[in-house]
Design a protein around this ligand. Sequence first.
Ligand code: NDP
Length: 230
Amino acid sequence: MHTKTVLITGANRGIGLEYVKQYAENGDQVYATVRDLNQAAALRHLASQHDNVELLTLEVADVSAIRALANVLSTLTVDILISNAGTYPDSAFGNTDVQAWLHAFQVNTLSTYYLAEAFLPQLQRADAAKFIAMTSKMGSIADNGRGGEYIYRSSKTALNMVVKSLAIDLRPSNITVAALHPGWVRTEMGGPNGLIDTQTSVRGLRQVIAQLDTHQSGHFIAYDGQEIPW
Ligand code: NDP
């Protein structure tokens, strides 16, 4: 089987860490980025057991750092890029923080766009690259029946629109772009009441990614393959 080169952001815990584990165990070449290697004991342990895992530092809110990383990896071919790092500051009506809101847009929305821009040459080198944005059903306008969570919801809704435009702009380069929802997952972000564990979520997500074809570029899909309304 043809092994893939996969780059994953926010890889030190939660869904990102599980992506690294499963792709590494599958024999793929994994580039795992974290903002602080000192906060990445589990990932460092994983990398010590798999010589196909390379660790790199990336603060995704820093656009110049994204560009610098793309420069360091300028000769790479990337088959799958997963923009996974995300943040969820609490926010309710009457209780939102401007700086937290702007920062969440940098982390959840802008970083995905700038990753696509910076890594375009590496993605173009692949036969049929896949560019994945980890979004959330909470960014679905159609699904919003509870209100609240202004910061997280709006940053993921904006991310979804970035995905849609990227899908159109990158089509001539044969790059498939998708917005994936991991389910409600038991991680630091999802909390202990999440419905599924990271193993189940990432197993499903990897299958969705493997089966994605160009006709699904610009789609919003859950870990179990279900299409989600925008
Ligand atoms: P976690 O909170 O468990 O992990 C978030 C990851 O993002 C960490 O690795 C964190 O690194 C990293 N990160 C946060 N901010 C930055 C930054 N500025 N620069 C670099 N890395 C950063 O979240 P999950 O694993 O649960 O979520 C992964 C993705 O899935 C997110 O995009 C999230 O929105 C999405 N999602 C999750 C759901 C869930 O139920 N868990 C549901 C729907 C979507 P650090 O340790 O340094 O903070």
